[in-house]
Write a protein that binds this ligand. Structure first.
Ligand SMILES: Nc1ncnc2c1ncn2[C@@H]1O[C@H](COP(=O)(O)OP(=O)(O)OP(=O)(O)O)[C@@H](O)[C@H]1O
Ligand SMILES: [Mg+2]
Length: 394
């Protein structure tokens, strides 16, 4: 099975690109499911067909679904929720508060992810394309399996008595065996889900961008988060690219020039990932037939369900007090490395290669000291700064 998730800033074209990928995948004869996890669904409008929270067959090999996380949770895990609420109420908590407290944080997201995976397996789908919500929400969604495991681990430790139970208040709220059983069961499913989401043979994450500065910046942030969670990115889609033209209008000429410059930046910044470009149309792309044509333009002869890049884009390792940021750059020749760092932004220039990196917070207040090439990767060493946090290393 393949799971492909498109993510990016609001309005960049995630739904359109997801639907186009699914249409092409179905045309290639693969049983394909396209799922929207965005609460503000627009997949149905894009496909020009009404959808429900169950997969609906739209054409040969093509199914679509708009999941409703809260519904899923009530259906699948309502029992757990009810017994948690009951337990808290029995212990003297007012019922509204008990209901709130019984909500495990991120439980709705977890349940919708588990549901997508279950549907995918039960429906025997070859390809699942996820049309995700704007970046912030999607990063939250993808971080939930880890958060949930932490939470479940704490609950289980409470039960096993490995935490300090001196405080009577904690003892009073120890969940019952039945609840713990349910949490443990969920925890096992989350473990499998986490493995699937991090397996590069199964899952691929693809940022969608437009040639606009803020959109690119947000995608870079998303790239860093994905790298930190170990979720594999295999390509980038740049949507709304103006076609080469002899624009008479000054506004259009400037827009075109600006796009050309930003497109170059996108190629430099996201290298070595392949970048697909989708043209800017004067009309919306609606319905299966138009989406199929869009897929032809974006992917050409390629099968968009393949894995287009393997290997980490960046990784951070800690050695004692020092951190090393490793950027695999297989196509870059060793040359003088110029690094400029300001807060969480870092620009690396090697010959005519230039890359913007948004640093994880653990590195943003460290000083970049040494940079060197090791096995076709650039390694940058970070240590705690002496005086100030801005640095310029040549
Ligand atoms: N290349 C394009 N040319 C013209 N219109 C486009 C293009 N790509 C997307 N659109 C239109 O732009 C609008 C937003 O696109 P879409 O819904 O795919 O974005 P999104 O990233 O999913 O948005 P949201 O963050 O709200 O979910 C839609 O009306 C869509 O038809
Ligand atoms: Mg959308």
């Amino acid at each position: 099975m393949r799971i492909i998730l498109y993510l990016g800033k609001g309005g960049v074209g995630k739904t359109t690109i997801s639907a186009a990928t699914a249409v092409r995948s179905a045309m290639l004869g693969k049983r394909t499911l396209v799922v929207s996890t965005d609460l503000a669904h627009s997949l149905a409008d894009c496909l020009n067909q009404p959808l429900t929270s169950e997969p609906k067959e739209l054409a040969a090999n093509l199914w679509a679904q708009e999941v409703n996380a809260l519904d899923e949770m009530r259906r699948g895990w309502g029992k757990l929720q009810d017994s948690m609420t009951k337990m808290l109420r029995n212990r003297g908590i007012d019922s509204v508060m008990a209901e709130e407290l019984a909500l495990i944080p991120g439980m709705d997201e977890i349940v919708s992810l588990i549901n997508i995976y279950r549907n995918a397996r039960e429906g025997d789908f070859d390809v699942v394309v996820i049309d995700a919500a704007p970046t912030g929400e999607t990063v939250r969604l993808l971080s939930m399996p880890d958060t949930f495991q932490w939470y479940a681990g704490r609950l289980m430790n409470l039960q096993n008595g490995t935490l300090n139970l001196a405080r009577p208040l904690i003892k009073a709220f120890l969940p019952s065996g039945e609840i713990l059983g349910a949490v443990q069961e969920l925890s096992e499913r989350v473990k499998t889900l986490r493995e699937v989401l991090g397996n590069p043979d199964i899952s691929s994450y693809r940022p969608v961008v437009n040639p606009e500065r803020m959109v690119i910046k947000e995608a870079l942030r998303a790239e860093t988060y994905l790298a930190l969670f170990g979720y594999p990115i295999d390509a980038v889609v740049c949507n709304r690219v103006l076609s080469k033209g002899d624009y008479q209008d000054t506004f259009m000429q400037e827009l075109y020039q600006n796009q050309t410059m930003l497109l170059q930046q996108i190629h430099n910044t996201f290298a070595p990932l392949p970048i697909w470009e989708a043209p800017y149309y004067s009309h919306e792309i609606l319905g299966i037939s138009q989406l199929g044509k869009l897929a032809d333009v974006i992917f050409g002869e390629q099968d968009p369900t393949q894995v287009f890049y393997r290997g980490q884009i960046q990784e951070v390792t800690r050695y004692g007090d020092e951190y090393i940021l490793r950027l695999p750059l297989p196509h870059v020749e060793m040359d003088k490395v110029l690094m400029t760092k300001k807060g969480d932004e870092m620009i690396v220039e090697i010959g005519n290669f230039k890359r913007d990196i948004t640093l994880p917070s653990v590195l943003s207040n460290q000083e970049a000291t040494v940079a060197r090439f090791v096995n076709k990767a650039l390694e940058i060493h970070f240590t705690a700064p002496d005086v100030n946090s801005d640095s310029h290393v040549a």
